[in-house]
Design a protein around this ligand. Structure first.
Ligand code: FAD
Length: 295
C-alpha cells in the first residue's frame, strides 16, 4: 500500500510513523517539513520548508493525487493535526484521527470521547488520512542520511510571525518516565516546590491540571489532558487532582497512576493503581523522606 509520511524532522515522531507505515508497506515515502535534516530509509523524500497547512495543503494534495498514495500518515502534534483535516477535505478522503493501534490485517483502532471509548475500523481502500496518537507506537530507529527533493508550493497565504519556545526546566513531560502532577488542590503556586522536590528525586517532570493552570500557578505548557499534553510515563503521581475525564484523557497510556487526594470519592482513584486518601501536605513530604532514605 503506497504510504506517505508527512512530518517535521523530529526523529521520535517520524520513528513512530515509520513503525506504523511498515505494517502497510516496506518503504514509505516522506515529506519532511521545515529545514532540519532527517535520517532513515525512504523511497522518495520530499522537502517543504513551510509547516502551515494553509500554505502547503494544495502542493501536498497534488503530490498525493499524482503519485497515488493510498495511506497518508501524520502525527497528533499541532502541526500534524493542523494539516491532516484540511488535507483530507482537499483529497475528498476520509480521516481517522488519534489512532492508537494498527493491525497487519489493516484494522485500525482509535480512541474516542477523550479516551473513554475505543473504535475499530478496517481499511478497505485508500486514500485514507491517519493521525497517529503520540507514544502508542515504539519509534523505529532512523539511520542513514536522506537526500530530499524540494516540493514546490504555491504563494504563501499565511505568514508565521514568531514562535516563542516554552520555558522548560528538567525532563520534558512528553519524555518523562515519572511525572508528578499538581492540581487545584495544591492551593498555591509556591506549593509546587514540594512537587518539584519529589520529581527531582525521581528524575521526573512536574505537570499540572487545567485547574492549576487556570489559577496561574503553572504555565500552560505544563498542562496535561485533552487540551494539554498527552503523556505516557511509567509512573504518574496525580496530587490534588480530581480526575476529570478531560485530565484522564492525557494519561490513558500511563502505566501506573498513584493518586493523592483528600476526597475518598475523587474520580482519580478509579484510574489509580495506588491511592493515598489524605492531605498531600502530609503525604508528599512522607514520600520524599522515604525516597531519600532509600536513595
Ligand atoms: C473542553 C475542556 C477541555 C479540558 N481540558 C482539560 C485538560 O486538558 N486538562 C485538565 O486537567 N483539565 C481539563 N479540563 C478541565 C477539567 O474538566 C477540570 O475542570 C480540571 O481538570 C479540574 O482540575 P483539578 O482536578 O486540578 O481541580 P479540581 O476539580 O478543583 O480538584 C481539586 C482536587 O484536589 C483535591 N484536594 C484539595 N485539597 C487537597 C489537599 N490538601 N490534599 C489532597 N487533595 C486535595 C480535592 O479533593 C479535589 O479532588 C477541560 C475542560 C473542558 C470543558
Amino acid at each position: 500500500m503506497k504510504t506517505l509520511i508527512i512530518e517535521t524532522a523530529n526523529p521520535k515522531i517520524v520513528g513512530e510513523l515509520v513503525t506504523v507505515s511498515r505494517l502497510f508497506c516496506a518503504t514509505p515515502d516522506i515529506v519532511v517539513l521545515g529545514s532540519d535534516d532527517i535520517s532513515g530509509s525512504y523511497g522518495t523524500a520530499y522537502r517543504v520548508a513551510d509547516t502551515l497547512g494553509a500554505n502547503i495543503g494544495a502542493a501536498l494534495s497534488e503530490l498525493i493525487s499524482k503519485e497515488g498514495y493510498e495511506l497518508i500518515l501524520l502525527s497528533t502534534t499541532a502541526i500534524g493535526t493542523g494539516i491532516a483535516g484540511p488535507l483530507a477535505v482537499r483529497l475528498g478522503a476520509p480521516i481517522l484521527s488519534e489512532v492508537t493501534g494498527v493491525g497487519d490485517d489493516l484494522t485500525i483502532e482509535r480512541s474516542l470521547y477523550g479516551s473513554k471509548a475505543v473504535a475499530n475500523y478496517k481499511l478497505e481502500a485508500g486514500p485514507l488520512v491517519l493521525t497517529i496518537k503520540r507514544k502508542y507506537f515504539e519509534a523505529a530507529v532512523l539511520e542513514g542520511a536522506v537526500a530530499t527533493t524540494d516540493l514546490p508550493v504555491g504563494p504563501q497565504r499565511i505568514t508565521l510571525l514568531e514562535e516563542i519556545e516554552e520555558e522548560r526546566q528538567g525532563v520534558p513531560l512528553e519524555d518523562a518516565e515519572v511525572i508528578v502532577t499538581g492540581g487545584r488542590g495544591i492551593g498555591a503556586a509556591e506549593n509546587f516546590a514540594l512537587l518539584r522536590d519529589m520529581a527531582g528525586l525521581l528524575n521526573g517532570a512536574v505537570g499540572a491540571s487545567r485547574g492549576a493552570v487556570d489559577e496561574g500557578w503553572m504555565p500552560p505548557g505544563a498542562q496535561i489532558g485533552q487540551t494539554g499534553k498527552i503523556v505516557a510515563p511509567s509512573v504518574y503521581f496525580a496530587v490534588g487532582v480530581s480526575g476529570a475525564s478531560q485530565h484522564l484523557a492525557g494519561i490513558s497510556n500511563a502505566k501506573c497512576v498513584v493518586a493523592i487526594n483528600k476526597d475518598n470519592d475523587a474520580n482519580v482513584f478509579k484510574r489509580a493503581r495506588f491511592g493515598i486518601v489524605g492531605d498531600y501536605k502530609k503525604a508528599v513530604p512522607a514520600l520524599i523522606n522515604a525516597l531519600k532514605e532509600n536513595a
